[in-house]
Structures are given as C-alpha cells and as structure tokens.
Design a protein around this ligand. Structure first.
Ligand code: BYC
Length: 325
C-alpha cells in the first residue's frame, strides 16, 4: 500500500462523513459543484441524464434540418435555421456540463454511436410535412420546456445553469412553432388538415417524452432524493397536458384522445392510456428512423474528423506562439 493511502476502515469513515456533508448540502438547496465530493452513483446518474439530454439535442437537429431547404418562406427558413443551430448549441452546453463530471466528449459520443447511450424517443419519428415543424416547436419544445424549467432547480450547479439559458431559447422555439400552427390553422382546408394530421402524429410521442409512469421509472426515486429530478415524470406530463389543451382549443384542432376530459375534482385533465410498447420500440428498436438517425450522426462525426483535427492543431499552434511571445 502506498504511504499516503488511508487504511480502508479510515477511508470508509471519511466517505461516510463526506456523504453526510453532501446530503446536508442537498437538503439546504446548496448546489453541488464539479470539485465537490459526490457519491459515485450521483456522478453516474448525472452523466447518464446530461449526456442523454445532449445527444437528444444533436440528434434532434436531424428531423428539423430535413425541412430547412423546403421552408415555405424566407422568414420561416431563417427561423428554422436559427432554431436548429440553437439545438446544436444546447448540445454543446450540455456536453460541457457532462465533462465537468470527469468524462470526455469523445467517450460520450462513442457511447452514443455504439448504442450504449440513449436519446429521446421523439427524434425517431419522421417529419413528413411542413406542419410537423410547427408541431415539433409547439409540442416537442413545449414538453421540453416543462421538463427543463423543473431542471433549472436540479442540484448539480453546471446542469442547472445550462438549463436556465436553454429554457430561454426553448421558449422562443415553442412560440415559433405555435405561430406556425396558428398560420396553418387559420389557412385553407388543406392547411388545416395538415395541422390536424401533424397534431395526430406528434401528440402521443410528446407525452412519452416525459418517460415511463412513475411506478415504472427505475431512476426516479433516487434521482428525486438527490434532487437531480425535482418533479416526477407523471407530474410533469400532467402539467404539459394542462397547459397544452387550451392551446389546441385556441387553434380549433382536436387532440387525438377521446378520453381527454377536464376533471373538476382533480383540477387537471384526465387522459387516455399511453402505448408503452410504442415508446420502447421507439427508444430501443431499429424501426421508425432509428437506423437512419444513427447512420447520419456517425457519418457526420467521421466526415468532421478533419475539422476537429485542424481546430486542435490550430489551437496548439496558437497557444505555442502565445507562449513564445
Ligand atoms: N426517451 O427511470 P426513468 C429537446 C429511459 S431534447 C428515451 O424515468 P430518468 C429538443 C431512461 O433513460 C429534450 N429514453 O429515467 C431538441 C431509462 O433508461 P436507462 C431532451 C427514455 O432519467 C431538439 C428508462 O427509460 N430532454 O428538447 O429518471 C429539437 C427509465 O426511465 C425517455 C431531456 O433529455 C425518453 N423520452 O427520467 C427540439 C431532459 N424517458 O437510461 C427539442 C433531461 C426515459 O436506464 N432528462 N427513458 O437505460 C430527464 O429529465 C430524464 O432523463 C427523463 C427520464 C425525464 C427523460
């Protein structure tokens, strides 16, 4: 044993003490920062959740990027281009937040590319019409905001701070998407039917974005205890439904759920059963667009290798010339 190492029993006592200090900080709403002691499980949970979130942002560029060249007006094209670039930026903030936990970006991307890490179910659905771009902004970004507003209070400092900025940009995205839906819903019969069709296809997958029911959610209880998550999957899903139904009413579109009904006693909308087989197929299965998304991502990564190398070489030379000066 190296001279500076503590005997096992001593280090266990120290770990217990450190864990007590960590839990006291969590109880007092003090943010945990990268150099603070943290349980290994807390670190792993954050790496999994933050990386999954980052991967969702960059994979999420694909279904929307698909429509940049076909946006119906210059204004819509500029808006969509800016939105897709924002999603890339969100991915970058989140990879940086994950890196503060002692894991490299390359490794995180390797784990995405070899299928060890997930990304959101929602991005394996195809974008078939222009109305899908409106529906994604309205529903997908809308669901993301509900989840991410809650995460602004997550216990890990770098993640919470990234969320504050991301939420500001997401709320612009949500408005942009809703504005498109308003235009379509006030348009010709075929525009109205395109908007309705997009709502029909994106409604249920958007509800699934919040993850399995609380009773099936494997990580929730520990993540709630550590205040990584501040509200449960079902609470956030219900909040999203309550906010979104009046927006659909305003558009005079019909949410594809015959069981959707205001429940006066609960003060919430009741809604129908979610098809969890569809959710798991979208998450795990090669069906839908899963294969295509991953091929596009891996190709982009490989084709961008020379750009990363050039940037690194430039940075090395640049810092060398600074030292020499
Ligand atoms: N999709 O124990 P649970 C965006 C997995 S992007 C796929 O409840 P947790 C945007 C889960 O990973 C927004 N998998 O998990 C970008 C776990 O499997 P593993 C993305 C899911 O982590 C571009 C298993 O199911 N937002 O806004 O406690 C354009 C059990 O679940 C999903 C985020 O990532 C899913 N939807 O809670 C437009 C938010 N849900 O890992 C828009 C940050 C669950 O054990 N993440 N699984 O193999 C979170 O808040 C939480 O991770 C979740 C899930 C609420 C999503």
């Amino acid at each position: 044993m190296a001279g500076h190492e503590l005997p096992n029993s001593q280090s266990k006592v120290d770990d217990k003490e450190l864990e007590q200090q960590f839990l006291a900080k969590i109880a007092e709403e003090i943010k945990i920062e990268p150099k603070d002691w943290m349980p290994e499980g807390y670190r792993k949970t954050l790496i999994r959740q933050i990386a999954q979130h980052a991967h969702s942002e960059i994979i999420g560029m694909q279904p929307e990027g698909n429509w940049i060249t076909r946006a119906p007006t210059l204004e819509r094209k500029i808006g969509l281009l800016a939105k897709v670039q924002d999603e890339c930026g969100h991915g970058m903030y989140l990879y940086s937040a994950a890196e503060t936990l002692g894991i490299g970006r390359e490794e995180l991307l390797d784990r995405l590319h070899d299928g060890q890490m997930k990304y959101s179910n929602i991005f394996n659905y195809p974008t078939l019409t222009w109305a899908d771009i409106g529906a994604i902004g309205w529903l997908v970004d809308g669901a993301a905001i509900v989840n991410q507003i809650s995460l602004c209070r997550t216990s890990y400092g770098p993640y919470a701070r990234a969320m504050v900025r991301i939420c500001k940009e997401e709320s612009f995205h949500q408005r942009q998407g809703y504005a498109m839906m308003v235009t379509l819903a006030k348009g010709t019969a075929s525009q109205i039917s395109m908007a309705q069709d997009a709502l029909n296809r994106w409604w249920w997958p958007s509800l699934m974005m919040f993850g399995p029911h609380d009773s099936e959610s494997s990580h929730s209880s520990q993540s709630m205890a550590w205040k990584v998550k501040r509200q449960s999957n079902d609470e956030l899903r219900q909040r999203f439904i309550d906010i979104t139904v009046p927006q659909a009413d305003h558009l005079q579109l019909t949410i594809p759920d015959p069981k959707l009904k205001w429940n006066e006693a609960r003060g919430h909308y009741d809604f129908g059963a979610i098809d969890w087989d569809e959710f798991w197929a979208a998450v795990n299965g090669p069906g839908l667009c899963g294969d295509k998304r991953m091929k596009t991502r891996v190709n982009a990564h490989e084709n961008g290798q020379w750009v990363r190398q050039a940037a690194q070489t430039y940075a090395r030379k640049h810092s060398g010339s600074h030292r020499a000066a």
